[in-house]
Design a binder for this molecule. Structure first.
Ligand code: SF4
Length: 299
């Protein structure tokens, strides 16, 4: 295969994958929504969960996006230095988004800031956003595709706490944000929390936390305990499905962290909604694609 043929093949696969992610929720999110549905007893909460499930089925049956807001496309790329299309990746992901925009179709969500012009192709300056992790001695390329909708992006916030504010300060920051802006996203939410030194390190981690599978835990037992405590705390608000009240508010709370400067606690929160459209695909050097988030998908 020539380089051009390889680029075309991967672009086509990514365009199909992006379009698919907009229509079908990942397996873990579908399972979690069913689990939360079983815990509800009120007619309103159960009716909303049942409507969500019907919405999902219709999206697949009618081959349409499962939420009208298909978001701004974000890609988390973990790329081996020996992956053959590393240098072409950003351009081909952009082209894949354009193709998916017309094929899926996806809502036009890329407005050039300061010009206030919608490009109508879902691409623009810096969109789609591509975050990179480079892996030495490897020839695979893992790609997380994420659709950042407007509602689920609005509760995002980052700040740097005084060190004395401690873990209590982190808890207050997260709960203040959930009780004020949480409802801008459609619950049940997936809450990503980043704890690091500064606003940008914490913010990136808080979004990365949303890529983790539901039910996973931070490997540090204390951080994992804090995930559970935050989950219980946010659930006790009782947002319920679509914020109409219910037993739970969240599908989970994921904390990602780094070591930090002793004088600062950078903290950030990012939120995914019930329509948490993230997909994970792994390409080998021959461009065979394996989708891990959605069972039975061939690209
Ligand atoms: S918060 Fe999520 S489900 Fe609600 S409108 Fe936005 S993308 Fe759709």
């Amino acid at each position: 295969m020539t380089k051009e043929q390889s680029v075309e093949l991967m672009t086509d696969k990514m365009a199909k994958f992006v379009a698919y992610v907009g229509k079908k929720l990942p397996d873990d999110v579908e399972a979690k929504l069913q689990e939360l549905r079983q815990q509800e007893t009120t007619p309103l909460a159960t009716a909303i969960y049942d409507t969500m499930a019907r919405n999902q089925k219709l999206a697949v049956d009618l081959n349409r996006p499962c939420c009208q807001d298909t978001g701004v496309l974000q890609f988390w790329v973990k790329c081996g230095v020996n992956f053959p299309l590393m240098g072409e990746l950003e351009a081909l992901l952009k082209e894949a988004v354009v193709r998916a925009t017309f094929a899926a179709p996806l809502r036009h969500n890329s407005v050039e800031t300061f010009d206030e012009v919608n490009t109508k192709r879902n691409v623009g300056k810096g969109t789609p956003t591509v975050f990179w992790d480079i892996v030495p001695d490897d020839d695979h390329c893992e790609i997380y595709t994420y659709m950042a909708g407007g509602g689920c992006t609005l509760p995002g916030k980052a700040m740097v706490l005084m060190p004395g504010m401690g873990y209590e300060g982190v808890t207050k920051f997260v709960l203040d944000q959930m009780t004020s802006y949480g409802l801008n996203a459609c619950p049940p939410l997936l809450v990503g929390v980043g704890v690091a030194t500064s606003v940008e390190t914490a913010a990136l981690l808080s979004k990365k936390a949303l890529m983790r599978p539901l039910g996973s835990h931070n490997p540090n037992p204390r951080a994992a305990e804090m995930e559970k405590l935050l989950e219980d705390g946010i659930n006790s608000i009782g947002l319920g499905p679509q914020g109409m009240s219910g037993k739970n508010s969240v599908m989970g709370v994921h904390i990602e962290n780094t070591a930090r400067h002793p004088s600062t606690i950078g903290v950030a929160v990012n939120v995914g909604c019930w329509s948490h459209r993230r997909g994970h695909v792994v390409f080998d050097k021959d461009l065979n694609a394996t989708v891990t988030t959605h069972s039975g998908v061939q690209l």
